[in-house]
Design a protein around this ligand. Structure first.
Ligand SMILES: Nc1ncnc2c1ncn2[C@@H]1O[C@H](COP(=O)(O)OP(=O)(O)OP(=O)(O)O)[C@@H](O)[C@H]1O
Length: 264
């Protein structure tokens, strides 16, 4: 009982906060890894760590030194292996920061209202193009990014830097166009590129009916701070992916609402 009291005599409110924060961090990281192959790597790593603790407690010096070296390099290896998850994790923190964006003081200090007006004017032709492609069952995948230069995930298509227009988008995605396969990237108020091949989603919980176009939309939204819009060639339905989550069957006003919230 005495040792119990000694142990908890220095235990203060900050220790409680400390434990809660670590628990939240572990939970958030776990929810990012859940359902991905990275979980297997983490479990393997934990087993090796338990083995390390065992040989250390048995005072097996050579093996302890060997495993110690492995863990020192292992931290760097883990950062490399979990690079996409760490990126997603930081994006998630950024997303929560985004909650403050609608508050008056944030807009006053951080957001440029003039830029917002320009972006809003660029949204109209995209929405009109989506409506028309929905009617004609033309498959489309459009990515809305804040910046084109900072990302490498989609810089593999045909660079265009063209003014956004309904007819341009319809032309790109029309079946006879050489650029209709892949995604269009809209950034910096321009159609920056077309025919881009995107990373596919790692999320195994996506319904089976979702093909590659939808998986590419979810995939890019998992790894980059973008919104992805899909017009289904099969059904004409509109889907919208953001931060690894996809909303399906949106009507035009819901699509506009989402884009205004995330992109403008
Ligand atoms: N990695 C990728 N990046 C960008 N676009 C892709 C990628 N993979 C496939 N696509 C696009 O998706 C098209 C194939 O779509 P698929 O039919 O598999 O998807 P879907 O999700 O079922 O969509 P739809 O409802 O339109 O058929 C390809 O022709 C290509 O344009």
């Amino acid at each position: 009982m005495d040792s119990f009291q000694v142990l908890f005599s220095n235990f203060g409110i900050f220790d409680v906060v400390d434990i809660i924060l670590v628990a939240i961090l572990i939970y958030l990281f776990y929810s990012l890894l859940r359902g991905t192959i990275a979980v297997n790597i983490l479990i393997g790593y934990l087993f090796v760590y338990l083995f390390y603790l065992l040989v250390k407690s048995l005072q097996m010096k050579l093996l302890t030194a060997f495993l110690n070296g492995f863990f020192q390099v292992g931290v760097i290896a883990l950062v490399i292996v979990f690079q996409p998850e760490i990126r997603k994790f930081l994006l998630m923190i950024g997303k929560n920061f985004k909650l403050y964006r609608n508050q008056y003081w944030f807009k006053f200090f951080v957001r440029n209202e003039a830029q917002k007006e320009i972006r809003y004017s660029k949204l109209r032709p995209v929405l009109d193009a989506c409506k028309s492609m929905q009617e004609t069952r033309t498959g489309a995948l459009i990515i809305f990014a804040r910046s084109y230069e900072d990302e490498n995930f989609y810089k593999n298509g045909e660079e265009m830097r063209a003014v956004i227009s309904k007819r341009l988008l319809e032309t790109i995605f029309s079946k006879n166009s050489p650029l209709h396969d892949g995604a269009v990237i809209i950034a910096e108020n321009r159609v920056m590129a077309a025919g881009c091949i995107l990373p596919l989603a790692e999320n195994h919980e996506l319904p089976l009916y979702m093909g590659l176009r939808h998986r590419a939309a979810v995939g890019i939204s998992e790894v980059a701070d973008v919104a992805a819009l899909v017009v289904s060639e099969e059904t004409g339905n509109i889907a919208y992916a953001r931060q690894g989550k996809i909303k399906t069957n949106l009507d035009m006003s819901e699509l506009e609402k989402n884009l205004r919230k995330d992109w403008i």
